[in-house]
Design a protein around this ligand. Structure first.
Ligand code: XUL
Ligand code: CO
Length: 439
């Protein structure tokens, strides 16, 4: 196989003082942190759609990047295979072991699903052949049920039963591919599962149909030996004005309502969190505290822009707080999928590598600092102190759900007045965070 990314070496770790462009400054795969290697803490993945497919097309212009990887033209099986060759070389040079895909990222889609499925069989055989002897595997698979015009009113939430069948067929095939490629997860991002206006929408009806589709997917997946985690990826808007899986709390409520909470967890995307008006850490915390933090789509938004910019993560303040949640979660069933894309003017092969070096270093730095934050202990000690009154006999009784309203009211009456609680000391705590982050 001839080299595609010529002149770009296997990326070494050189440390923070290095001035080498193609070197990690913080991601040191074998460095042990809190008893585990960095590479185990951080199962990084490449998103096939952004990295192998997206050329930088936007509403105002054509693509700037050439992603043919030596194939004569786009949209052929020759091109599909060139993308596989490029993906493997790319991952090996970066030391990334996982990739994530939508069905139609892998092969050109035909109007006849039988033709598309035969192409998917061919390409998955090719991927297996080319990854043999490497440690490269699928992290999660999914079906693209939002790009084709048939899904304009949604997939599970469509008004059209034939479209619903088509969605079922795509999920069935994508699940089979995920199992074949060794995937640890299967993702449902809500695509066009939402609405533009309630003037034409049966909301509860649509949500029930989505749940039914997920239940069928769960049952089929388990029947073909998929033992991994099903994942919902919440997002509040875009492409639809209102997406049903608004945020983690909404998606968790949905899963509990429809009895899917034992098989499904959350795939939290940083930029989706910020679109919902939450921080990345908030979405991770909600998921973690519900026992449903499964995987992460690693990217970041842009505070100046109100849409899903899918920037590569560079904000180490955010990656530190994210890694704090991941460490507290005891890791992830899934991993860190760079659902991130180069900016349109960053169109070269070199830029693709710089983007991943940035993202991997940002999460590695976040991991180092999150571990230091936990070892430092000052913030956790503060939190313990803040809630200490619930460690008293009465506090414990309330926590156990054994106190009555009358009993508490009696105590309040005896006190006559109550002192205000201790200070929240936010600025003090932010100072500690900076102290750890900057040392
Ligand atoms: C869209 C998005 C998707 C999912 C997979 O915003 O994040 O790429 O991650 O369908
Ligand atoms: Co995503």
């Amino acid at each position: 196989m001839s080299e595609i990314f010529k002149g770009i070496p296997v990326i070494p770790y050189e440390g923070p003082e290095s001035r080498t462009a193609f070197a990690f400054k913080y991601y040191d795969a074998d460095r042990v942190i809190m008893g585990k290697k960095m590479s185990e803490h951080l199962p990084f993945a490449m998103a096939w759609w952004h990295n192998m497919c997206a050329t930088g097309v936007d509403m105002f212009g054509v693509g700037t990047a050439d992603k043919r990887f030596g194939a004569a033209e786009y949209g052929t099986m020759e091109h599909a295979k060139a993308k596989v060759d490029a993906a493997i070389e790319f991952m090996q040079k970066l030391g990334i072991r996982y990739y994530c895909f939508h069905d139609v990222d892998l092969v050109p889609e035909d109007a006849d699903i039988n033709v598309t499925n035969a192409r998917l069989d061919e390409i998955s055989d090719y991927i297996l052949e080319k990854t043999k002897g490497t440690d490269i595997k699928c992290l999660w698979g999914t079906a693209n049920m939002f790009g084709n015009p048939r899904f304009m009113n949604g997939a599970g939430s469509t008004n059209d039963v034939d479209v619903y069948c088509f969605a079922a067929a795509q999920i069935k095939k994508a699940l089979e591919l995920t199992v074949k490629l060794g995937g640890r997860g299967y993702v449902f991002w809500g695509g066009r599962e939402g609405y533009e206006t309630l003037l034409n929408t049966k909301m509860k009806f649509e949500q029930e149909n989505i749940a039914t589709l997920m239940r069928m997917a769960r049952d089929y997946g388990r029947s073909i030996g998929f033992n991994g985690t099903f994942l919902i990826e919440p997002k509040p808007k875009e492409p639809m004005k209102h997406q049903y899986d608004f945020d983690a709390a909404t998606a968790i409520g949905f899963l509990k309502e429809f009895g899917l909470d034992k098989d499904f967890k959350m795939n939290i995307e940083a930029n989706h969190a910020t679109l919902a008006g939450h921080t990345f850490q908030h979405e991770l915390r909600v998921s973690r505290e519900n026992g449903m933090l499964g995987s992460i789509d690693a990217n970041q938004g842009d505070v100046m822009l109100g849409w899903d910019t899918d920037c590569f993560p560079s904000n180490v303040y955010d990656t530190t707080l994210a890694m704090y949640e991941v460490l507290k979660n005891g890791g992830l069933d899934g991993g860190f999928n760079f659902d991130s894309k180069n900016r349109r003017p960053s169109y070269t092969y070199q830029d693709m590598f710089h983007a991943f070096i940035l993202g991997m270093d940002s999460f590695a730095y976040g991991l180092i600092k999150a571990a230091e934050l936990i070892e430092d202990g000052r913030i956790e000690a503060f939190i313990d102190g803040k809630y200490a009154s619930f460690e008293t006999e009465l506090g414990k009784k309330i926590r156990a759900g054994e106190a009555t309203l009358e009993e508490l009211a009696d105590r309040a009456a005896k006190m006559k007045s109550v002192a205000i609680p201790m200070s929240g000391s936010q600025e003090f705590l932010e100072g500690i965070l900076n102290n750890v982050l900057l040392k």
